[in-house]
Design a protein around this ligand. Structure first.
Ligand SMILES: *Cc1c(COP(=O)(O)O)cnc(C)c1O
Length: 393
């Protein structure tokens, strides 16, 4: 059975995420010249608007590329060939850090965390004890392939105690805006984010912020497109080195205005926290299990184990085809075993509830044992409750 197909499908995916109307309207402005005073002002305003998300002492740099491009920029600008670097791996994106570092001929020492599980602290301590020669440590703040938060703050602290000269680089691509990743307060040297995740803008831009320490440690490698020093110099007055993704920059400016309207970064994080709590309340009520340990569940997305008796691929197919909800599945070895429901970015209460209802319908179509409507009911109760009780973070 196909549904009436007169509205767009709703995204419950951790990038791209739903786009506010004002952002869509901003894309309509065509034939904008990136060397005009007006555009340079918008570009500069975007940098100023992004700064509080990073809590950085220096301006973030905007790059025209997907998030992985900024990861590559971090590696190519902060390492030299042959450097010893550390990578924390607990899923697909941690794995990507390793691959990029290897492509740039670094000596990689990798520490693995079991997917969805917490850190074995004594093993980690051992790892750092044995690798005191690390120049840079690369890790995620949130592993999007599992929905697990990584205790990056503690990891950075422990590593820096042992290696005072270590640079810590955080891939916060999927969680900036949904969790606090404050560079100054948490002593982080470099943080990365992207346009299509928390900011609810089209893919095409990534952001990278370095602190003074990291700027002083820019390596001597040869590089061209991702020359952060060159970019930062021009971007001080709103000029990118090359043609930026102009329409995405215009969208980003609109998105930053939207976030400002609801009260800024902290209010946005607060919103994410409420959405995550409500979704988890629904899942608990629907007799499903979480993939990630309780203390590591994120405000970004919730990954849920697909019961053995259900066909996980079919479940998501039904949610999309019959009900118009696009929910992410598991990747690689988690394919068919989990689904990842994203509440990242501009997901409203109403959208969240409609997404849960789609999930409930699809589960029911596959004869899952929960009583239809119980998920929606508990999510609504949670939203009403947290509207009163969650303090601004
Ligand atoms: C999405 C994502 C990336 C990669 O971003 P692309 O824009 O697809 O290149 C990297 N790290 C994390 C944690 C992500 O969620």
């Amino acid at each position: 059975m196909e549904r009436l197909n007169f509205v767009a499908d709703q995204l419950f995916t951790p990038g791209p995420t739903p786009t506010p109307t004002s952002v869509k309207l901003a894309y309509q402005m065509t034939e904008v010249y990136h060397r005009s005073k007006e555009f340079e002002l918008v570009f500069r305003n975007c940098i100023d608007g992004l700064k509080p998300f990073f809590g950085s002492e220096r301006d973030p740099v905007i790059l025209t590329c997907s998030g992985t491009g900024a990861m590559e920029a971090a590696v190519s600008n902060l390492t030299n060939e042959g450097d010893m670097v550390g990578v924390i791996e607990c899923g697909k994106f941690g794995n990507r850090w390793r691959k990029i570092c290897e492509a740039f001929k670094c000596n990689v020492k990798s520490f693995e965390i079991e997917m969805g599980k917490g850190v074995q602290w004594d093993t980690l301590d051992n790892f750092f004890e044995k690798s005191r020669d690390l120049n840079v440590l690369f890790l995620q703040a949130h592993e999007t392939s599992t929905g697990a938060l990584i205790p990056f703050e503690q990891i950075a602290k422990i590593a820096k105690l042992k290696m005072p000269n270590l640079l810590v680089v955080i891939d916060a691509i999927s969680c900036l805006g949904a969790h606090r990743v404050h560079m100054r307060d948490l002593g982080l040297d470099c943080v990365i984010a992207g346009s299509q995740k928390g900011f609810g803008v089209a893919p095409g831009l990534s952001f990278i912020a370095l602190n003074d320490r990291a700027w002083e440690r820019i390596s001597g490698r040869s590089r061209f497109y991702f020359d952060l020093k060159k970019e930062a110099k021009g971007q001080a007055t709103g000029r990118s080195a090359y043609t930026p993704a102009i329409s995405v920059v215009l969208g980003l400016w609109a998105s930053l205005q939207e976030i400002k309207k609801i009260g800024g970064v902290d209010a946005f994080i607060h919103h994410h926290q409420r959405m995550a709590l409500a979704f988890r309340a629904a899942i608990s009520e629907m007799q499903l299990d979480f993939f990630v340990e309780e203390t590591l569940r994120s405000n970004v997305l919730t990954s849920v184990k697909i019961p053995e008796s259900l066909d996980g691929i079919k479940l998501l197919e039904i949610a999309k085809k019959r009900y118009g909800a696009i929910i992410s599945g598991g990747q690689d070895e988690l394919k068919g075993k989990i689904f990842r429901f994203s509440h990242l970015g501009f997901v409203s209460e109403f959208q969240l509830i409609s997404g849960i209802s789609a999930l409930e319908f699809a589960l029911s179509d596959l004869k899952w044992r929960h009583e239809v409507g119980t998920g929606v009911k508990s999510a609504m109760s949670s939203l009403q409750e947290t509207r009163k009780t969650i303090p601004n973070v």
